[in-house]
Design a binder for this molecule. Structure first.
Ligand code: ASP
Length: 452
């Protein structure tokens, strides 16, 4: 059995739903289908999830039922239903259900927001199931509540509770095709909770692990994963295979093709993930595998990713290395400010902490600096904003000589100053910190060194 997930652009219009139908019916192993909410049909279009977020914002602003916004969402589904020659059951249900949510909004805005946001996937799954049945293919819409997909109470950023995997095993018993809405599940208190944005990928992975799928096919709108962001480098190299570890590094650094948390659900089972293109299903796509299967000398480095808006605090204190507990106390200050840090490169008398810029309000930074001076007796503290991190990733670099040298030399030739350099013990990635202004030329220089 294969579990297939289709992203927003794959379900954006009636024509796309027909492609999904053709892909699923072309292979009898494709029996579990996870769907996103309809995405953009063209560049300036609005994703249904964003339309739903607009409904919530309007309600919170005015306190009134956002009738016009709800009607716009219903219209998206109505036009798809008409083109697919379906009844107006789903579009009517859309308007009714959304209105009911705003009539009884409850007292928690986060819970309301998740319930509304999740409806893009819910309506999408209902519509797709109806279409399959209208074409004579047995299909069911499966409610995550009925199926037992339980999530934590972290609304907007929930995680899957372990018992879900056992509950979802029986999804495989249905003798037709199961259409499952992505992105959300239920909390034990009975509320809808969503993953973070793009989270339908995670639903697909959870289902693939639960039914022990032979393959998790993740359909999107590109033929394969590229070694670098195509907005930075034109027509970059397509990579046929990544390992879980490589993809995790790249997804964390912003490769948007797969949600960062997707692989956590499948990595224990070793299920292979295949990224494929709904608009070109014949293309083999990119495989994400537990261990490298095909080792190609040319792809020792498999990806270069960059992410912006990091902040770095450099702390210096003479004889720091002798002071037991300095690092712990420094990180504790960050913990108490509820900051999740990313890296801590260090020297003998200096240590830097890097975290994402959204934590760094002027008030927070000034509190942190005060405390580090007072509580740790630091000699000097330096804060750098606009740090861009570039990660050079590849299993093939392990125990091989010269990769850091080549990447650094490429940066030097491009005139880029390296603010920090970090290589973890796994040896599958090298991290450079540079000023954000240099991002494009730095990424291009490193790409040309390894793929040019
Ligand atoms: N529809 C949700 C979003 O736009 C989840 C998803 O598509 O995976 O973020």
């Amino acid at each position: 059995m294969k579990v297939c997930k289709f992203g927003g652009t794959s379900l954006a219009s009636a024509g796309q739903v027909e492609k999904v139908f053709n892909i699923i019916t072309a292979d009898p192993a494709r029996r579990v289908v996870v769907v996103s909410a309809p995405g953009k049909r063209f560049k300036e279009d609005t994703k249904v999830t964003d339309m739903l977020i607009n409904c919530v914002s309007s309600f919170l602003l005015t306190g009134k039922i956002p009738t016009a916004e709800i009607e716009a969402v219903a219209d998206r589904f109505r036009s798809m239903a008409v083109e697919l020659r379906l009844s107006d059951e789903t579009p009517k249900f859309v308007a009714r259900r959304l209105t009911a949510m705003f009539e009884n909004p409850g007292s928690d805005d986060g819970i309301l927001s998740d319930s509304v946001k999740a409806m893009g996937e819910d309506f999408s799954a209902r519509l797709v199931a109806e279409y399959f049945n209208s074409q004579g293919v047995k299909a069911r819409y499966l409610d995550p509540k009925v199926a037992g997909l339980y999530l934590s109470e972290d609304f907007g950023n929930a995680v899957c509770l372990p018992e879900s995997f056992e509950n979802l095993r029986t999804v495989a018993d249905f003798d037709g095709i199961t259409i499952f809405p992505g992105f959300y599940g239920y909390t034990h208190s009975g509320h809808i909770a969503t993953f973070s944005r793009g989270g339908s990928d995670i639903t697909g992975a959870i289902l693939a692990a639960s039914v022990n799928a032979e393959l998790y096919e993740n359909f999107t709108d590109v033929d394969s994963v590229f070694a670098v962001n195509p907005n930075i480098v034109k027509s970059p190299r397509a990579i046929p295979e990544y390992t879980y570890r490589e993809m995790r590094e790249l997804a964390y650094m912003g490769f948007s093709v797969l949600h960062e948390d997707t692989l956590a659900a499948v990595y224990k089972t070793g299920i292979v993930v295949n990224i494929k293109n709904t608009n070109n299903p014949e293309a083999p796509g990119t495989f994400i595998v537990p261990e490298r299967r095909n080792f190609d000398e040319r792809t020792r480095v498999t990806g270069i990713a960059s992410a912006n808006d990091f902040v770095m605090i450099d702390v210096t204190k003479y004889m720091m290395n002798r002071e037991i507990g300095f690092g712990r106390r420094l990180l504790q200050i960050l913990e108490e400010e509820k900051i999740s840090y990313e890296h801590t490169p260090s020297g003998i008398d200096s240590i830097s902490v890097i975290f994402r810029g959204h934590y760094a309000s002027p008030a927070t930074l000034s509190r942190i600096v005060d405390r580090i001076y007072k509580e740790l007796g630091a000699d000097d503290i330096n804060i750098k904003h606009d740090i861009c991190l570039i990660s050079v990733v590849g299993e093939g670099m392990k125990k091989s000589v010269g990769f850091t040298a080549r990447a650094s030399l490429a940066l030097a030739r491009a005139g880029v100053n390296i603010e920090l350099l970090n290589q973890g013990a796994s040896e599958i990635s090298i991290l450079f910190g540079i000023h954000s202004d240099d991002e494009i030329k730095a990424v291009r220089a490193i790409y040309n060194e390894f793929f040019g």
